[in-house]
Ligand binder design. Structure first.
Ligand SMILES: [Ca+2]
Ligand SMILES: [Ca+2]
Ligand SMILES: [Ca+2]
Length: 840
């Protein structure tokens, strides 16, 4: 009897423990439904606050809280200073993690100690020296809450009730700029309109005990502090990407334990995450493999089978297939199983039923891939055409941007990482107008600059698309004369030719006006770099005249004293010139017969830049020469394609085999690209390398359940998957017996929904049943997307979490699409369509 009693007691004790937060092997606090991470991801300089760092909470599978750290602002923005992590100690004995933080700019150190206390954590801030005088009243401990998961939810502060707003409408004050903590590198995120004052949000509520979202068990969280006042702010008052912020200001003149909070995220008892059934939202061709990858909570017990249900033409539902579940195993925090329904080949409308989980419906049909690139070519790309008025039906996407042109950048340490050296390398004086640059070109991504390297890739991608697939599609009206673009209005010219022309126009202008390639044409001031809205309203369209006062307009209405003109960053980079020269040669060939004048100008610049870059690279130090040589392989091939001069082919042949021997994975795409220009002997010699590559492709199946190269970087790995898929397509086209057609569909499935976290298509695309709904495009403030965009996808958060928000667009590493990446998608999609249609 006593034994039984002890046993029961032991079980009871263990049960209590099982509900408590425990410090796990991956160095975060865990209980079922709740993960509390303490600087598993630290702040990282470059772009500063990325809303990805500090103390973070993953609450029932969603990372809803981050930014826990000592901060210098009520609601920090990007480019406000972030603390550098100076130490991180995991203390297993008392179940705590201690992190040292430092602001070099203010010689200010602090420590935060997070300790598990039952179902809660205690967060304490310790100071060895008092807060520096300059930061007193501003420095505090902050914790940030994801707006899209907390808006419209209730809160209670010391019993006073409220509801967090869908849109920012709280109150602000202004304070003298002298009181504003320094921003990163002295940049200024705001235009104070000459007032010399900055905007500071006021709290929504203050008190000592806050309950957030008592109306939503999966989001409910309690925070209390006996000694410190809690202030709740809305960070969106200053910046659309702001979060709800809870903070306590550090007391003046004190040392020791200066802040103590208790934070208790509610856990739904015995919570198990709903299975994420990954499948292609675009659907499947009858003749392709069809394998759903199902992501399961580690506490979830895999079912023995799943069914494919068919929605019949009369609306009734019948079981089309029942099949076994195959276990793949653990990959980071989840378990993975697969459901193979490849045997179902009858065209129709289907959904997958796995236990109680049912997916949305999708198609099995011959034609599912027919339209996968149309949104990108017809909508996304033309909207990103710079220096044009772009319209669609009743809607204007943007007016003609940057009418005042571009100024020579002075020496600067640029916020978008384009330093301008002491010498301009041009005939222009700093801030002098460089004529003729406001023509052509494509917006880089979610911002509005022209990244020259990306624009070169874009033109190359379009040339490649044109030469390989000759798409005659004409859905876009482009008038360079009127600087006018209209979507869905054919004008008799294939759109791809017009895109090649548009990119070339800007790049040739750079070469002609500057003498070489600019690294970028970008914003001069940070407060218009983060512009959200019509690109034509970023600058005032008037020439900057420093003799006028800011905001003053000249009598003739042509210039202003507002220093908002864009800058051209012109530090000479011979290898960029070399890339441009290569591209110009190809563009010249393609444009001949369509725009002869531009073709001739491109050829002139190609020859001149080629000669000058070659000489400059030879004169530069050895390292620069090696850099030049590294890109030689692809360049020589492109040069041969563009000019058909034998010397380039000879250069290519002299290098390709050693490069393949060195690293087959990184060289194989270039080697495949050469096939159209080579003889049968080349293809034969390439064969064993493709076989080696196939071994690598197969090995990926054991590395993760998706059989793809999954990147864990700060920018999610969508581009890597896409370039892998593109290589597979070309390898299959040339060596179908080695790279099987089936493997190509792994990339397709991933892009369109078969991936971790959720099962939405990463492409805002025609044809997908459930595409993602928000992207980091230039309309992100509207929680929207630009059709045809391809998201980078799954951002890895250390130590074990993949994430792609579909209700919060503002993390570029997950949701931004780039002009170079999206034009690569056009090549991938075109190649795929070729492959699947070859069997018809
Ligand atoms: Ca950019
Ligand atoms: Ca057209
Ligand atoms: Ca201006």
């Amino acid at each position: 009897m006593r034994h039984l009693f002890s046993l029961l007691l032991l079980i009871a004790v263990n049960m209590v423990h099982a509900q408590d937060l425990q410090l796990n092997d991956l160095e975060y606090f865990e209980r079922q439904g709740v993960n509390v991470l303490v600087f598993s991801n630290s702040f990282n300089g470059g772009f500063n606050d990325e809303k990805n760092s500090g103390i973070e909470i993953i609450h029932h599978g969603v990372r809803t809280v981050q930014g826990g750290a000592v901060r210098l602002n009520n609601t920090p923005e990007q480019w406000d200073l972030v603390p550098k992590m100076t130490s991180r100690k995991v203390n297993r004995e008392d179940g705590s993690i201690e992190v040292g933080m430092r602001y070099d700019d203010y010689d200010f150190d602090s420590r935060v100690v997070v300790t598990a206390k039952g179902k809660a954590v205690e967060i304490a801030v310790w100071l060895d020296k008092p807060v520096p005088e300059k930061l007193a009243g501003d420095a505090g401990f902050n914790l940030e809450f994801l707006p899209s998961q907390y808006w419209l939810k209730t809160f209670s502060m010391d019993g006073r009730l409220g509801r967090l707003p869908r849109y920012a409408t709280s109150q602000t004050v202004t304070r003298p700029n002298s009181e504003k903590p320094r921003q990163f590198k002295g940049f200024k995120t705001y235009d104070d309109r000459g007032t010399d004052r900055f905007v500071d949000p006021l709290p929504i509520e203050t008190g000592h005990s806050l309950i957030l979202a008592s109306d939503a068990p999966e989001r409910m969280i309690r925070i209390s502090s006996e000694d410190n006042e809690l202030r709740l702010y809305d960070g969106r008052m200053l910046a659309q990407n702001g979060w709800f912020v809870l903070r306590s200001v550090l007391p003046k003149g004190k040392t020791g334990k200066v802040i103590t909070w208790t934070v208790e995220p509610h856990a739904i008892p015995n919570w198990i995450r709903e299975p994420n059934i990954g499948f292609s939202q675009v659907g499947y061709r009858p003749d392709q493999p069809k394998v759903a990858v199902i992501e399961l909570d580690k506490k979830d017990k895999p079912k023995s089978n799943a069914t494919l249900m068919r929605i019949n033409e009369d609306g009734t539902i019948s079981e089309a297939f029942r099949g076994g579940i195959k276990e793949w195993g653990a990959y980071f925090k989840y378990n993975y199983v697969k459901f193979d329904f490849s045997s179902v080949k009858q065209p129709g409308v289907y959904y997958i039923q796995y236990g109680d989980t049912k997916t949305n419906d999708f198609l099995i049909d011959e034609h599912v891939y027919d339209k996968i690139t149309d949104a990108t070519t017809d909508v996304w790309v033309p909207i990103h055409m710079n220096h044009m008025y772009v319209t669609e039906g009743y809607r204007t996407w943007h007016g003609e941007p940057f009418k005042e042109g571009y100024l020579q950048a002075p020496e600067s340490d640029h916020f978008d990482l384009h330093p301008q050296g002491a010498s301009t390398d041009t005939k222009y004086k700093p801030l002098e107008l460089i004529p003729g640059l406001n023509v052509g070109g494509f917006f880089d991504a979610g911002d509005f600059d022209i990244e020259t390297g990306s624009n070169i890739s874009v033109v190359q991608n379009f040339i490649r698309t044109w030469e390989l697939f000759k798409p005659q599609r004409d859905e876009t009206f482009v008038s360079q004369q009127q600087r006018y673009v209209d979507l869905h209005r054919p004008d008799g010219v294939p759109d791809v030719l017009q895109f090649i022309e548009h990119g070339t126009l800007n790049l040739v202008a750079q070469a002609e006006q500057i003498g070489h390639m600019a690294s970028t044409l970008s914003n001069s001031v940070l407060d218009n770099y983060h512009h959200l809205g019509d690109a034509a309203s970023i600058t005032d369209g008037l020439h900057y005249d420093p003799s006028l006062k800011p905001y003053e307009v000249s009598a003739d209405g042509k210039s202003s004293g507002t220093p908002d003109d864009m800058w051209a960053f012109t530090t000479r980079n011979p290898s960029l010139d070399f890339q441009a020269a290569t591209m110009f040669a190809a563009a010249s060939r393609v444009l001949k017969g369509y725009n002869d004048d531009l073709a001739a100008r491109a050829l002139t610049q190609s020859k001149r830049l080629m000669a000058e870059a070659t000489e400059l690279m030879a004169n530069n130090n050895r390292r620069a020469q090696q850099r030049g040589r590294g890109s030689d392989l692809g360049t020589n091939l492109q040069l041969y394609a563009a000019t058909r001069e034998q010397q380039y082919l000879d250069n290519f042949n002299a290098q390709i085999w050693t490069a393949l021997d060195r690293n087959v994975n990184s060289t194989i795409q270039t080697a495949l690209d050469a096939i159209p220009f080579m003889d049968e002997a080349y293809r034969k010699r390439l064969r064993p390398y493709v076989q080696k590559y196939a071994v690598y492709v197969d090995s990926l199946g054991t590395q993760n359940p998706y059989g793809l190269p999954i990147g864990l970087g700060n920018w999610a790995g969508g581009g890597q998957v896409l370039s892998f898929g593109t290589t597979e397509c070309f390898a299959h086209i040339y060596f179908p017996d080695i790279i099987r057609r089936d493997v190509v569909f792994r990339t397709v499935d991933w892009l369109y929904g078969c991936h971790p976290y959720h099962n939405y298509s990463f492409v805002a695309v025609v044809g997908a049943a459930r595409p993602k709904q928000v992207f980091y495009g230039n309309n992100r403030a509207d929680f929207s997307f630009i059709p045809g965009n391809v998201a980078p996808g799954l951002l890895f958060r250390r130590p074990d979490h993949f994430e792609n928000y579909d209700d919060w667009p503002f993390l570029w590493g997950q949701n931004e699409g780039t002009i170079a990446g999206n034009t690569q998608y056009i090549i991938f999609g075109s190649a795929l369509k070729n492959i699947v249609n070859a069997n018809k």
